[in-house]
Design a protein around this ligand. Structure first.
Ligand code: AMP
Length: 113
């Protein structure tokens, strides 16, 4: 039994509102959205965080960002959006499976807290 909630979502063991699926990544709507559009793009491969990424993961990392962009287009985020990767406790990461946040649908303030 997996102890990773995002691995369980990737494997379909936990229900989620899927926004995109392909051979490398799965994207689903955040259960606690921080913006009108809040989608998480995760690799099928379990990587704990961005720190766990190595040379060789370049195309996977690029793919996650491109998937986020494609979902932003599908969601009609013509006025812009934000793509965020939280890493580690200071970065605010709470789920230990690398994920890219896509946030949009309202003006987002900067800098983040
Ligand atoms: P982070 O704080 O960067 O690790 O982001 C983790 C995100 O996962 C948070 O925005 C949570 O709301 C979201 N989350 C946690 N559990 C689930 C779930 N079962 N389905 C969808 N999103 C989730």
């Amino acid at each position: 039994m997996s102890t990773c909630i995002f691995c369980d979502i990737v494997e379909g063991k936990i229900p989620s509102e899927i926004a995109h699926e392909d051979h490398l990544a799965v994207a689903f709507h955040d259960v606690s959205p921080k913006a009108p559009t809040h989608v998480l793009v995760v690799p099928r491969e379990h990587l704990e965080d961005l720190d766990a990424a190595q040379p060789g993961h370049e195309s996977l990392l690029g793919h996650l960002i491109l998937v986020a962009k494609e979902i932003a287009t599908k969601e009609g985020l013509a006025d812009g959006y934000r793509v965020v990767v939280n890493c580690g406790s200071d970065g605010g990461q709470t789920v230990d499976h690398l994920h890219v946040h896509l946030l949009g649908g309202r003006p987002l303030s900067w800098p983040p807290g």
